[in-house]
Each structure stands twice: as structure tokens, then as C-alpha cells.
Design a protein around this ligand. Structure first.
Ligand code: 5GP
Ligand code: MG
Length: 210
């Protein structure tokens, strides 16, 4: 078995701006703008899955995904893998209702043994980097063969340290995004796209229709 998987083969992530995709009428009250449309997410997730497959084929791989923001990303990513792997979930949260508390709270611990396995940690978005740095450090205690990280979104403007993910889907600007698993106060996880909230949602004193 190779000690470390080859250097990630994924093309660099695009920096996304407002998309031309129209916000569906059903969501227009809450969503100001679509940043990444559902078809664009689908194409990129497939590219990510392909690169990860090439890098880990034939290896003992455990995917460790962080709840709850990865629910859609994880499901779409792993359905492309055509080799045996194991999946486990950990519950860790640093945000409550949209603001960072700075503290990590474990709500579900890992079940699988990671020793002598390659580990790929999957998260929805890399912001300050505190979550993935802490989780990586914790999982490393189990002495896996290697650890890498995979995120759908990277918000480099939020970073408080130099943490980099190995597989990144898209770079997003300094905005709070929701959809495709990402929430605001546990809402909007079901949206098939990534978008930006209307201001009146997080600043309720702002009238919806001025
Ligand atoms: P970090 O520890 O890197 O600052 O935070 C990562 C976590 O913060 C993510 O897993 C996600 O739960 C949350 N987060 C950071 N930025 C955003 C954002 O723009 N939208 C949402 N919905 N969650 C975010
Ligand atoms: Mg999260």
C-alpha cells in the first residue's frame, strides 16, 4: 500500500460571483441571489469525485463527514465512487444561528477505527479553518495512514490561520451562504443551489418590501 495518496489531481476551484440563474419564485422571499446553480454544483461534484477516485482507488479509505452541512454534498459525492470505502459521520458545530461561538461542540462521535486507513474529512465550507484544524488534529490521534480534507466551498477571506483543504469545489466571496446542505438557523439546507439570503432574514427589522 502506498504510504500517502498522490498529490490531489483536482483542478483549482473557480471563484464564484452572482449567477445568472433566476431564484425560483418559491424561494424569492428568502433568497436574494444564486451564487452556484444546481447544474454547476453537479458538474463540479462529479469532477471532485473523479479526482478523489483516481487518488484513492485500491486504498483503504474512510470518509468522515461533518454533520449537518454535508448531507447533500456527501450523498452526491460518494455515489460516484466505484470502489469499496467506509463512511462515518461526526457531529461538530461551531455556529449557532449564524454567528460563530468559537467553541467546537461534538454532538456525535466517530464510530469507525481509523488506524491503517486513509481518511478523507468532508465538510461543507471552510471559513476560519478552526473546525477542520481541530477535527484533523483529533482524528490524527487514531494514527490513520493519511488524512486529507475535502470541502465544497472555501471562503478564504474568513481564514484566521493558514489552513488549506486538499479538495475544494468552489471559492466563495465574503458572504454568508445557504443551500445545498448549508443552513441559516437550520433552514435552507434543502435548496439545490448555493445562494445568499435576503437581508431581512438576518436583520428582521429590515422591511421585506421597502
Ligand atoms: P470554520 O471553523 O472554518 O470557521 O467554520 C466552518 C463551519 O462554519 C462550516 O462547517 C459551517 O457550518 C459554518 N459556516 C461558515 N461559513 C458559513 C456560511 O457562509 N454559511 C453557512 N451556512 N455556514 C457557514
Ligand atoms: Mg458545518
Amino acid at each position: 500500500m502506498k504510504a500517502t495518496p498522490p498529490h490531489p489531481r483536482l483542478s483549482p476551484p473557480a471563484l464564484v460571483g452572482p449567477s445568472r440563474a433566476r431564484v425560483p419564485a418559491a424561494h424569492a422571499e428568502d433568497i436574494h441571489q444564486i451564487l452556484i446553480s444546481a447544474p454547476r454544483i453537479r458538474r463540479r461534484v462529479e469532477e471532485m469525485a473523479h479526482a478523489i477516485s483516481e487518488d484513492y482507488r485500491g486504498e483503504r479509505l474512510v470518509i468522515v463527514a461533518l454533520l449537518n452541512g454535508t448531507i447533500l454534498f456527501l450523498a452526491d459525492l460518494i455515489r460516484h465512487f466505484e470502489f469499496p470505502l467506509r463512511v462515518d459521520l461526526i457531529g461538530v458545530s461551531s455556529y449557532r444561528g449564524g454567528t460563530s461561538s468559537g467553541e467546537l461542540e461534538y454532538t456525535k462521535r466517530l464510530k469507525l477505527d481509523l488506524k491503517d486507513h486513509h481518511v478523507l474529512i468532508v465538510d461543507d465550507i471552510l471559513d476560519t479553518g478552526k473546525t477542520l484544524r481541530a477535527v484533523t488534529r483529533e482524528l490524527a490521534l487514531q494514527k490513520p495512514t493519511s488524512i486529507r480534507t475535502c470541502v465544497l466551498l472555501d471562503k478564504p477571506s474568513g481564514r484566521s490561520d493558514s489552513f488549506q483543504a486538499d479538495y475544494v469545489g468552489f471559492q466563495v466571496p465574503h458572504l454568508f451562504v445557504v443551500g445545498y446542505g448549508l443552513d441559516y438557523d437550520e433552514r435552507y439546507r434543502n435548496l439545490p443551489f448555493v445562494g445568499v439570503l435576503q437581508q431581512h432574514i438576518y436583520e428582521p427589522e429590515t422591511p421585506a418590501h421597502p
